[in-house]
Design a protein around this ligand. Structure first.
Ligand code: CO
Length: 252
């Protein structure tokens, strides 16, 4: 996935998230990972690409092996995403999107994950300040023409909330670490404030990464609080005067 993005003239905007089952997000494989997928796993593939900081963020959920045991869970987030995109236009209340997401997921007998949200995007900033909640009654924001937002419903058969689990091997510079350590300075030059992972760092440079750990934001895996299984769907859209341009829809 990351190699595909690089071979098409972009850079990954964050490490590919490969979160399974009760994991909602923020797991990426560490270096030399030997974990295997198992038939029936519900795998969320959340990927981002950027060109000079212009980011596209998208996700799908698949059932490993395609057995269809989790079809309702997978459909719930696809329904929710399409329902939310249908609401997008300049001047719309974000709560209209949240209502659409919540309604579509409830219609499948499942719960939206209330403490995960979509997000506005700006150059080199994946979470640029405005949230698109997956439950209604939270946001008082309005979408503006020209804004780029990632809409990402999560559905679960659990309690509808995530909590922090173990470290998911994703980190990010909070700010420019300065020139004192040239290895670290080069890393910042490459990743700026976008999330990255040790797999992307030369093995010889990984100790330098460990040394600046305190200056890095580290991401825990998000795990469903009731042990429910979780699905996710996501598109990045440009808000236009009378609708949405879906920037991450496949054209091929
Ligand atoms: Co996102």
């Amino acid at each position: 996935m990351e190699a595909y993005i690089r071979s098409h003239g972009a850079e990954p905007a964050f490490p590919t998230n490969l979160s399974r089952n009760v994991e909602a997000a923020h797991f990426t494989p560490p270096p030399e990972d030997e974990e295997l997928l198992v038939a029936g796993d519900v795998l969320k593939v959340d990927v981002g690409a950027h060109i000079h900081g212009a980011i596209a963020d998208t996700a799908v959920t698949v059932e490993v092996g395609g057995g269809g045991r989790h079809a309702n869970l997978l459909r719930a987030v696809n329904d929710a995403l399409e329902a939310a995109i249908a609401q997008v236009r300049a001047g719309v209340a974000v709560d209209e999107l949240s209502l659409a997401i919540e309604g579509a997921i409830h219609a499948r007998g499942l719960k939206p994950v209330g403490n995960l949200s979509g997000h506005s995007i700006r150059p080199y900033l994946l979470h640029a300040g405005k949230s698109i909640p997956n439950v209604s009654g939270v946001s008082t924001d309005v979408l503006e023409e020209g804004e780029v937002v990632a809409i990402e419903p999560f559905a679960t058969n659990g309690v509808g909330a995530i909590e922090n689990g173990p470290f998911g091997h994703i980190v990010r510079f909070r700010r420019d670490p300065g020139p004192s350590d040239p290895v670290v300075a080069r890393m910042y030059e490459r990743f700026r404030t976008l999330p990255f992972t040790a797999r992307w760092v030369e093995p010889a440079d990984r100790p330098a990464l460990a040394k600046v750990r305190k200056q890095l934001q580290t991401y825990p895996v998000f795990v469903e609080a009731g042990g429910g299984w979780v699905s996710q769907a996501e598109h990045t859209v440009l808000v236009t005067a009378d609708g949405a341009e879906v920037l991450t829809r496949s054209t091929g």
